[in-house]
Design a protein around this ligand. Structure first.
Ligand SMILES: Cc1cc2nc3c(=O)[nH]c(=O)nc-3n(C[C@H](O)[C@H](O)[C@H](O)COP(=O)(O)O)c2cc1C
Length: 233
């Protein structure tokens, strides 16, 4: 059961803990936060900071292939210790980040490994996943890890890049490698932009409002439709 514990006297409080490598998750969160705040929810953001942050773009093809392979093995990326904020002061935690090779990203895995029980135990945690389209294994694995920490995970927010395959996969790879596939004569015909669309950012705002309204009314988040309706594969 969720323990949202909101009451009529105090506005609900949401803490968003996130990692973003190429800016897509942060973009969605900016808009999700607007929607939450519009409903009167207090929102705080906490960035997950790797000790040695990987650079975006990676800059070349071979290191990008290497990154894809190491992340496939769920390599942890060590992060700075989270600060002493009392997460129990929040009605809801949102844990947000990208999919890396069908898994949560290395910084999120390190956060859960080393601090998961302390941060998430006894809390209601709503994951937000930003990906190019292949989020299901990530979601199942993340849910399992959070539940093992003692969290209640009522639902998920999912955003996929709205571009057709195989251009979406090729486009993400080239973008990470430091190229501009949207400007290429061949690929640019089918791949117009990297990442999430303006319509999806507006949708993130709408979902923020939806979650905010549920929190204000102390309603369960389990029944809300929180997947992006734009370009589900
Ligand atoms: C190393 C790496 C591996 C990735 N693997 C996947 C994947 O398995 N499935 C997927 O849908 N997207 C994958 N992506 C794409 C990202 O999930 C996607 O671009 C996301 O929007 C990035 O969010 P961010 O900018 O907040 O980091 C991968 C990206 C990187 C850098």
């Amino acid at each position: 059961m969720e323990r949202l514990g909101t009451d009529a006297q105090n506005p609900p409080r949401v803490l968003i803990i996130y990692y973003s490598f190429s800016g897509q998750t942060s973009g969605l969160l900016n808009h999700l936060s607007i929607g939450l705040r519009q409903q009167g929810v207090e929102v705080a953001l906490e960035k997950i900071r790797p000790l040695n942050p990987p650079r975006f773009p990676v800059g070349a093809i071979l290191p990008t292939i290497k990154m894809m392979l190491t992340t496939f093995g769920r390599q942890r990326l060590s992060i700075r210790d989270p600060d002493g904020t009392n997460r129990a002061d929040y009605n809801l935690l949102i844990l947000a980040g990208p999919t890396w090779s069908y898994n949560p990203s290395g910084p999120v895995l390190d956060l859960i490994d080393r601090f998961g029980s302390r941060l998430f135990g006894g809390q209601t945690v709503l994951p937000l996943i930003s990906c190019r389209g292949y989020w299901r294994l990530h979601w199942l694995g993340l849910k399992r890890l959070l539940i093992a920490c003692g969290a209640v995970v009522p639902n998920k927010i999912i955003f996929s890049h709205p571009a057709p395959e195989p251009w979406r996969t090729l486009g993400v790879f080239l973008k990470i490698a430091g190229r501009a596939p949207e400007r290429s004569l061949l690929i640019g015909r089918y791949y117009k932009r990297f990442g999430h669309s303006k319509e999806q950012l507006a949708e993130a705002e709408r979902l923020g409002s939806l979650i905010g309204t549920a929190l204000i009314k102390n309603q369960s988040l389990a029944e809300l439709e929180l997947q992006s309706l734009i370009a589900l594969p």
